[in-house]
Design a protein around this ligand. Structure first.
Ligand SMILES: [Mg+2]
Length: 278
């Protein structure tokens, strides 16, 4: 990059870098170009740590990542040569990682969900489904469905009620000081979102590299906090060929192309534009 500024890119997975069949093949040209230019790609998903590790391995990505809608920030051990820049975020030490935990523990979310069901709300969490049921619902392989059940900070759920019951449910959730967000599914979570996690990682990268240009790509309402916290927010089209109507920001770049197709053209266009900056 001739602009001299370090570029870092945050990306959602489902519906953004991954298509409906969980494939990122259409984004390979841009991924290759980013790797050649040493641009960190930070995966930022509602998926679990284990699921994201699976895709990092497939992509050949060794950068930090954000799991479960901003619940956890996982920084590979030794990724930042000076780890004192992490200290003010009180990272925990786990094998291979420094982990900044922002989410509510999963057992508390499960407890709240069980109570809501006992109150009569027709709500089913991923934790209530067997691996086979989850694979059937999501289209994940049995192996990936198993990985998606190892949750730390976020419970995706299905709601079988009408709009009025849904409003009541959301009030009951807020009454418990918990929150919801929407990706492919509804999610029950604590006071964390993708944006809060992105903000922290941007601070850490700034401490390491100084001036940064930050980019994020998403497709759904749960990406909005992430998109609001970067210099260049980009959205891709959903499988119906539209951009999600709830995504609007003054500087939002809306790219043509569904999921990884839009991702690929957006990133190639952006990289060639940034390369031309004197
Ligand atoms: Mg998505």
């Amino acid at each position: 990059m001739s602009s001299g500024e370090k570029i870092i890119v945050f990306s959602d997975l489902d519906g953004t870098l991954l298509d409906e069949n969980y494939s990122f093949a259409a984004a390979r040209p841009a991924l290759r170009k980013m790797a050649e230019s040493s641009i960190p790609l930070i995966l930022c998903s509602s998926k679990t740590r284990k699921e994201i590790e699976h895709y990092r391995d497939e992509i050949g990505n060794r950068h930090p990542f954000i799991s479960e809608n901003g619940g956890g920030i996982f920084i590979p051990e030794g990724y930042f040569p000076d780890e004192t820049i992490l200290e003010r975020f009180s990272p925990g030490i786990e094998p291979g990682y420094r982990v900044i935990r922002l989410g509510t523990p999963y057992r508390e979310l499960r407890k709240a969900l069980a109570e809501l069901r006992a109150e009569g709300f027709p709500i089913t969490g991923f934790g209530d489904l067997s691996t086979a049921e989850l694979a059937k619902l999501t289209g994940l392989s049995t192996h990936e469905a198993l990985l998606s059940k190892e949750r730390d900070f976020d419970e995706p759920f299905l709601f079988m009620g009408n709009e009025e019951e849904k409003s009541k449910l959301f009030r009951a959730i807020r009454g418990r000081c918990l929150f919801t967000t929407q990706g492919v599914y509804w999610h029950l979570l604590g006071d964390n979102d993708k944006g809060k996690a992105v903000k922290i990682l941007v601070e850490i990268f700034r401490a390491r590299y100084g001036s940064l240009k930050t980019v994020a790509l998403g497709d759904s309402p749960n990406d909005l906090p992430m998109l609001e916290n970067v210099d260049i927010p980009l959205v891709v089209q959903r499988p119906d060929g539209r951009h999600h109507s709830a995504l609007s920001l003054p500087n939002l770049g809306k790219f043509e192309g569904i999921g990884p197709h839009g991702w690929n053209s957006a990133m190639l266009a952006l990289l060639s534009r940034l390369e031309k900056v004197p």
